[in-house]
Design a protein around this ligand. Structure first.
Ligand code: AMP
Ligand code: FE
Ligand code: FE
Ligand code: ZN
Length: 285
């Protein structure tokens, strides 16, 4: 069983349409794939409609969250929600709020870049986002198109990094509120790439323990942005806190170099995750 529990489509900042995503997942030899676009479930229906025989789809989303650390620093973090009720009013309203924030903030970053003479237009960014949840990868692609940088990765290295003078924050959800909302909506909450330090500051173990206390079900351990040492440390923490541990590629199509199934989840961990869900079950035809 090859199980990849974290992927993105054109509903957010991936480059495969949801239908292409499930087709590519089957072609990559996956048995189970989760669609986890940033702050949206807009890709679910077309992924289900295009689901190849034999492939199981886990509907999910990746929520943009933040937490104020003990020293007052604001750490941004991502929470994967799986198998939740998409019409739960509180969680649905929060997704809408996050997408609206992404829109205004994307525009503000573009304005900052353009004001400094950097060739990028909001019109092209929003065209690329095509109604999906807007993210920095859309801005990065326009910077590549315009020859400002050579690659999406290069754009993140400087112009779009969170320490760049052009950077603007999103209005992320406090992570403890997000955990409560995912659970209230009958879903399962998993902390995405908890130790991915190359993305910025991360929370410490005491916060992860508090998240577990608050109903977090699992930790994403095997992830392309984690070093072997970080995976080892997280696996130990998962055992200590009695959490499900997952592995996933965080596939974004051509916006990243990582392939579907680059990291995978053990079958018994996947079974435990499905077991925890109250609102719904994975989809298979
Ligand atoms: P945003 O959600 O708008 O803050 O942008 C963050 C997203 O950018 C992440 O979800 C990744 O998809 C993507 N990202 C972050 N760092 C990189 C990178 N070095 N190369 C390509 N994509 C990246
Ligand atoms: Fe992304
Ligand atoms: Fe993420
Ligand atoms: Zn992701």
């Amino acid at each position: 069983m090859r199980i990849d529990l974290h992927t993105h489509s054109t509903a957010s900042d991936g480059t495969d349409s949801p239908a292409e995503l499930v087709a590519n997942a089957a072609a990559a030899g996956l048995d189970v794939v989760a669609i986890t676009d940033h702050d949206t479930t807009a890709g679910w229906d077309s992924a289900v409609a295009a689901l190849p025989r034999g492939l199981t789809l886990v509907p999910g989303a990746e929520f943009s969250c933040a937490h104020a650390a003990a020293d007052g620093r604001r750490v941004s973090l991502h929470l994967l929600g799986y198998l939740f009720d998409r019409v739960h009013p509180g969680l649905r309203a929060e997704r809408a709020r996050l997408r609206a924030s992404r829109l205004g903030r994307g525009r503000a970053i573009v304005d900052n870049l353009a004001a400094d003479g950097i060739a990028v237009s909001w019109q092209r960014v929003s065209e690329l986002a095509a109604g999906g949840a807007v993210g920095r990868p859309h801005i990065a692609r326009v910077l590549v198109e315009n020859g400002v940088v050579g690659s999406v990765g290069e754009a993140f290295g400087e112009l779009l990094s969170s320490s760049s003078k052009y950077y603007v924050r999103k209005a992320d959800t406090e992570v403890f509120d997000a955990i409560a909302l995912v659970r209230a909506a009958g879903g399962v909450a998993v902390f995405a790439h908890p130790l991915a330090t190359r993305r910025g500051p991360v929370v410490d173990q005491s916060v992860i323990a508090a998240m577990a206390e608050a109903g977090l079900a699992g930790l994403e351990v095997d992830h392309p942005d984690h070093t072997d040492e970080q995976r080892h440390r997280l696996a130990g923490l998962g055992r200590e806190l009695d959490l499900i541990v997952t592995g996933s590629s965080d596939y974004h199509g051509r916006n990243k170099t990582v392939a579907l199934g680059a990291c995978t989840t053990a079958p018994e961990q996947y079974a435990a995750l499905v077991d925890r869900a109250i609102a719904r079950t994975p989809v298979r035809r």
